[in-house]
Design a protein around this ligand. Structure first.
Ligand SMILES: Cc1cc2nc3c(=O)[nH]c(=O)nc-3n(C[C@H](O)[C@H](O)[C@H](O)COP(=O)(O)OP(=O)(O)OC[C@H]3O[C@@H](n4cnc5c(N)ncnc54)[C@H](O)[C@@H]3O)c2cc1C
Length: 310
């Protein structure tokens, strides 16, 4: 695909300055842009597309700001959560296929596969929660209670009663409710204070209630997120209100265009960020091309991403 794009670019006479970053952009009275490159040389173009990615490369946002745009402060999106709880930490690599994760007293609620890691919890359900809650979670400095329903489709109280009735002489610790992984069940049974030797017939009402709560409303104290370099995307960037989405042109500065993660766009997992980058890049490129045949546009950054607006 890279070769294909490079070939087409060459065929169209595009000049590539791959080792030359843009450091500044100034709007001239003529309406053109004067660009200062990292080798201190300057060049002039009549249209400018900024596609410099997320907050790891801040120059693009600084240039947009210097041209009058508002930058919504970048916060991480799509990250795993750090949890110290010892019984959970003893289960790295264990995955549950369908878990509902939520933050009490908020609207944040997601459902899907969950992976227990060396540091806490990850997997699609957690990553999606981190994307939709990116700003709230940042405000709380990533310290909040995370509630898990390990089996959202199952009437856990009835399942526990069924086992008490049908297999009274079996050990509780050895008879998990499917589809919960056996090792996770063992730890939940232990966390509920149920001794290993307990048979279903001997399970006290209090212990049964503890287990039911841990299975359906298990609260884990989150005390951080994965380190910055592990995050996939950034929430924040150029304010979408200041961009015409039909052309990706700035509403404030004529002939200035934006694409990709530099915009305040971040998608959930599954390729939506790439799609948003590619789609906005295509729209911008097309609008620039149709806008002024024969002129000389400058594109800094990479081509662009289904996305959602905040
Ligand atoms: C580890 C990881 C995994 C990911 N996995 C997925 C995934 O599975 N699915 C998904 O949809 N998304 C994923 N993403 C996110 C996705 O990669 C980005 O959203 C997407 O690449 C953004 O595209 P972009 O073109 O806007 O920016 P980028 O791909 O970041 O490209 C920006 C380009 O601009 C250049 N640049 C920056 N500043 C300047 C400057 N001043 N002058 C000149 N050039 C400059 C940079 O060198 C870079 O080449 C992942 C990201 C990471 C980090």
């Amino acid at each position: 695909m890279i070769d294909c794009l490079l070939h087409e670019a060459r065929a169209a006479g595009v000049q590539l300055l791959a080792r030359n970053g843009i450091e500044q952009a100034r709007k001239l009275e003529s309406g053109d842009f004067e660009l200062t490159l990292s080798d201190r040389s300057t060049t002039v173009c009549d249209r400018l597309l900024l596609a410099t990615g997320g907050s790891r490369a801040p120059t693009g946002a600084e240039i947009a700001q210097s041209l009058g745009h508002t930058i919504l402060p970048p916060v991480p999106s799509l990250f795993s959560l750090h949890v110290e709880t010892p019984w959970l930490r003893s289960l790295p690599g264990v995955a549950a296929a369908d878990v509902e994760v939520s933050v009490p007293e908020t609207k944040l609620r997601e459902r899907g596969p969950l992976l227990i890691t060396h540091n806490g919890v990850s997997g699609p359900a957690v990553l999606r929660l981190s994307a939709w809650g990116a700003r709230e979670l940042a405000q709380w400095d990533y310290k909040f209670p995370l509630r898990l329903n390990w089996m959202p489709d199952i009437d856990v109280a009835s399942e526990l009663q069924l086992r008490r009735n049908t297999q009274p002489k079996k050990h509780v610790v050895n008879s998990p409710i499917a589809p919960l992984p056996a090792r996770l069940w063992e730890q939940l049974v232990s966390a509920a204070g149920i001794p290993d030797e307990t048979l279903w017939t001997n399970l006290t009402r209090a212990h049964s209630l503890n287990l039911q709560v841990l299975l359906t409303r298990c609260e884990l104290p989150v005390d951080g997120k994965t380190l910055n370099k592990d995050e996939f995307v950034t929430c924040g960037g150029v304010n979408l209100r200041e961009v015409n989405f039909k052309t990706m042109e700035s509403r404030l500065v004529p002939h200035l265009y934006f694409a990709g993660e530099l915009l305040d766009i971040d998608g959930i997992t599954g390729g939506f960020n790439f799609q948003a980058a590619w789609t906005t890049g295509w729209i911008a490129g097309r609008a620039m091309g149709l806008g002024s045949a024969g002129a000389s546009p400058a594109v800094f950054g990479a081509p662009p991403k289904t996305f959602r607006e905040r």
